[in-house]
Design a protein around this ligand. Sequence first.
Ligand code: CMC
Length: 392
Amino acid sequence: GDVFTYDPGFTSTASCESTITFIDGDKGELLHRGYPIDQLAEKSHFLEVCYLLLYGELPTAAQLEDFESRVTNHTMIHEQMHNFFRGFRRDAHPMATMVGVVGAMSAFYHDSTDIADPWQREVASIRLIAKMPTIAAMAYKYSIGQPFVYPRNDLDYASNFLRMCFSVPAEEYHVDPVLSRAMDRIFTLHADHEQNASTSTVRLASSSGANPFACIAAGIACLWGPAHGGANQACLEMLREIGTVDRIPEYIARAKDKDDPFRLMGFGHRVYKNFDPRAKVMKKSADEVLDLLGIENNPTLQVAKELEKVATEDEYFIEKKLYPNVDFYSGIILDAMGFPTSMFTPIFALSRTVGWISQWKEMLTDPTQRIGRPRQLYTGAPYRDYVEVEDR
Ligand code: CMC
């Protein structure tokens, strides 16, 4: 029969060619369209990075203005979609709500589902980038029993999101520019990461020609898991559980114990074997945000820093090349901003949407791409004849 390469987890199989993102795992380098992530996080902002990922070049001032206004004009969701939220239990995880609501978009926006039409692809892209913060914020508001807050188009992307999450009709709400900058940086650091599990899921789903909104819902489902986007929630919960620096050795010992399934959340990466450049920026940002909010001696940050120090000096972690990843410090910032841990992964999802969309667009215009159809090595029973139930 046919002979296949056995590559579980796709550690050595390239599924596509791409011009979007480059990662050098040994050097700890991440480039979007050639630009390093630390420069983008420092000097650019999320919507500009969205433009770069989607269209390949940094925008001129006029192009950026046009792009931002197009995104801004699509921030509201169809009013009928509010009923979707209301169908969920209040205690549903916001990621569960998002998988459902984003999937439901496929039933609402019929003018942006013809994937053969470049204009419809464009409209679907803009809609998803524009509406994801609204959907994530509504999932949050629903979970805490507060009224939905409509988007405000005079605010920038990050400020609008913060306002939709934290304002209530009873009071004026002013977005702190420091927080909105930090929020924007978190979005930027998560924007794309080449063929990770959720992006590969979006590509595989769309390889059959499926509805774009349904494909993004598939990406959200994949991202939710604790080995992927769910690690930010799991990491902060772990840091809180450790609680004080004196308990770190106990957790390090557990992480090293072969018979204990416990892993240090926010540690390790399939591709980065030196350090995750996003974690570096995130660590600096955590310091800045806590400083600016006047939060001194944050116990979680203290545990995180000490844990990083102890782990990165430990034989086991050195040998296995395990370093803090993007999720290690992000939760500390989000927690300081007032987000519950259940909102960490939805924030990752809204940030990664542009990456999913950019890869989806690239795939649809790549003539070498075909329906994704992995093969297998069959290890089951050989041919045998059916046995009647009374003879078993
Ligand atoms: N703590 C303790 N040991 C670990 C850890 C960890 N966090 N990560 C990997 N190892 C060990 C693992 O036990 C294995 O040991 P051995 O070779 O003796 O069996 C070795 O290191 C290699 O691990 P692996 O699971 O084969 O590596 P992978 O490339 O399949 O998995 C990973 C990568 C990110 C899923 C994994 O490192 C992990 O589970 N980390 C914790 C979860 C996490 O932080 N995920 C976020 C990743 S970055 C953002 C994102 O993708 O969303």
